[in-house]
Design a protein around this ligand. Structure first.
Ligand SMILES: Cc1cc2nc3c(=O)[nH]c(=O)nc-3n(C[C@H](O)[C@H](O)[C@H](O)COP(=O)(O)OP(=O)(O)OC[C@H]3O[C@@H](n4cnc5c(N)ncnc54)[C@H](O)[C@@H]3O)c2cc1C
Length: 486
């Protein structure tokens, strides 16, 4: 019977769902799947993007873990495509590859001052508060007043993490260094800015409602933003999601304020114009232009410029995919060009400006790198179904590898000295993090240092007796807010 040796690069939800769907699909060939990720832990943005105070969504990890534990998939963590393995390597060892590498960079915001000191990309901040091993351990949280640019759920996550009192995050899995940083933050006011009106936001109703329930935080909305035109009124009447959002915002207009120590302001019809320099290269203020709705349903500037003093700006205007070595890349959209998951390369006869219209046999894409960084985790499942359908139908066009044995890729990684981590390694790390959490009276404490993650996973040495988090908890002693150690 024919056997498909498949490499999947990216162990986020898209990669894991693709493996699951293929294993369960009706097909007339056997399957052997190797799943690579450059992080020593799987689950992509579910572990390193979804906010720590959203345990229900983080819980999707249980289902993803079930797929990995099914016994049909080998995991190779701490293996970076383009560095540790290349497309040529994959061609030698597999019949096909699916790229599911997601999107982790911030999309650009092209306004003056966007790169000043104190102006941060939301993706970097998210990586920090979710304990991503490749970002610095400390985050400069010195600002009292902060602007967050964007009207999607990432802007809400960032605002919530900035304004929420740190002790309210303690029951979550936030790493110790993140708790320490947030606990010392002097923030009093976070201002969220969106170009459009309240009926055009991309927030989901649940996330919006949640932010209004934070302890000791006043919600501030401004009456001038609620003078709806006919289109906005229609949207409220005809769209349930808009109706709930409008209801939530309107309830905040009449809510008693003035007693909380922190405030979250929502500014609509506000187009970013400039991050203002204090003269030394640091953020001093945020400047925006008031907009109004135009006849086409978009917004146009009114020419009225406003300014507010802030010491930090967070740009939550979208994520962007990263280019992979030897794999076609659409630089405008930040995706791997594809037709329903079949990767497309440029017509070679048309030069560098040619269209992406030729199928690159054996190469597929799924998830955010296929479709762009929009949509929820569930959407990566339908993505994967479409991609897998083509992979199965393309059987006649798969690569014919010279070394398809399962041992050969292991030998290659070992020869190159790649300290890869397997599924057992993830179990080791998972247990270790749960034990750290239990010792501190919390559900889990994430290990943040990559070397420590790898060492614990590979059980290369006894798990370090004191991780940085444990050491921190021990120093504080039994009275510590992190709780006593056994
Ligand atoms: C801040 C934030 C909050 C979110 N909150 C929610 C939420 O509450 N609910 C919800 O449903 N959705 C949420 N989402 C959306 C959700 O995270 C995405 O829909 C989903 O993670 C996309 O899956 P993916 O597998 O395509 O990408 P990812 O999850 O990004 O996974 C990609 C994987 O590829 C790996 N990789 C990348 N490059 C390489 C390489 N060169 N070599 C090897 N491996 C590589 C990465 O390490 C990663 O593990 C959120 C997204 C963000 C950014």
């Amino acid at each position: 019977m024919t056997k498909l040796r498949l490499a999947i690069v990216g162990a986020g939800p898209a990669g894991i769902y693709a493996a699951d769907i293929l294993l369960k699909a009706e097909r007339n060939f056997e399957v052997s799947i190797d799943l690579f990720d450059h992080l020593p832990a799987p689950y992509g943005l579910v572990r390193y993007g979804v906010a720590p105070d959203h345990p229900r969504i983080k819980g999707i990890i249980t289902a993803l873990r079930g797929v990995l534990d099914s016994g049909d998939i080998r995991v190779f963590g701490n293996v970076r495509f383009g560095v540790d393995i290349t497309l040529d390597d994959l061609k030698k060892h597999y019949n096909a590859v699916i790229f599911a590498t997601g999107a982790v960079q911030d999309a650009d915001l092209n306004i003056p001052g966007a790169s000043l000191d104190g102006s941060y990309g939301a993706a970097d901040f998210v990586s920090w508060f979710d304990g991503h091993p490749d970002v610095p351990r400390t985050w400069p949280l010195e600002a009292r007043e902060i602007a967050v640019i964007g009207n999607g759920n990432v802007a809400l996550d960032v605002s919530r993490m900035l304004i929420k009192h740190a002790e309210d995050l303690l029951p979550t899995e936030i790493p110790g260094n993140v708790y320490d940083g947030l606990a010392a933050s002097p923030v009093t006011d976070v201002h969220v800015f969106g170009r459009r009106g309240p009926t055009s936001v991309k927030f989901t109703p649940l996330e919006l409602r949640e932010i209004g329930e934070l302890k000791d935080v006043d919600m501030i909305v401004y009456d001038e933003d609620f003078d709806y035109d006919e289109a906005a009124k229609d949207a409220v009447a005809s769209n349930k999601q808009v109706f709930v959002i409008d209801k939530t915002l309107n309830a905040w207009r009449t809510r008693e304020t003035g007693t909380a120590s922190r405030r979250l302001h929502l500014h609509f019809f506000a187009k970013p114009v400039e991050v203002v320099d204090d003269g030394t290269g640091r953020v001093a203020a945020f400047r925006w232009e008031r907009t109004i709705t135009d006849a086409a349903g978009g917004v146009v500037g009114t020419g009225e410029i406003r300014e507010i003093p802030v010491q930090a700006v967070y740009r939550a205007v979208g994520y962007f995919g990263s280019e992979l070595a030897d794999v076609p890349f659409d630089k405008k959209r930040g995706v791997i060009p594809n037709r329903e998951g079949q990767v497309l390369r440029r017509d070679p006869s048309a030069g560098t400006g040619g269209l992406f219209n030729q199928q690159m046999y054996g190469v597929y894409a799924t998830g955010w790198i296929k479709r762009g960084p929009v949509g929820l985790i569930g959407h990566t499942k339908s993505d994967a179904m479409e991609t897998i359908k083509h992979l199965i139908n393309d059987l006649g066009n798969w690569w014919r590898p010279e070394s398809p044995s399962e041992e050969s890729i292991v030998a290659l990684l070992s020869d190159r000295g790649v300290r890869y981590t397997g599924l057992d390694g993830w179990h080791n790390l998972d247990q270790h993090e749960l034990a750290l959490g239990e010792a501190a009276g919390r559900t889990r404490i994430k290990v943040v240092d990559r070397d420590e993650m790898v060492a614990v996973s590979r059980a290369e040495e006894p798990a370090p007796p004191l991780s940085s988090d444990r050491a921190r908890a021990r120093k504080r002693g039994p009275c510590s807010i992190m709780g006593p150690l056994p």
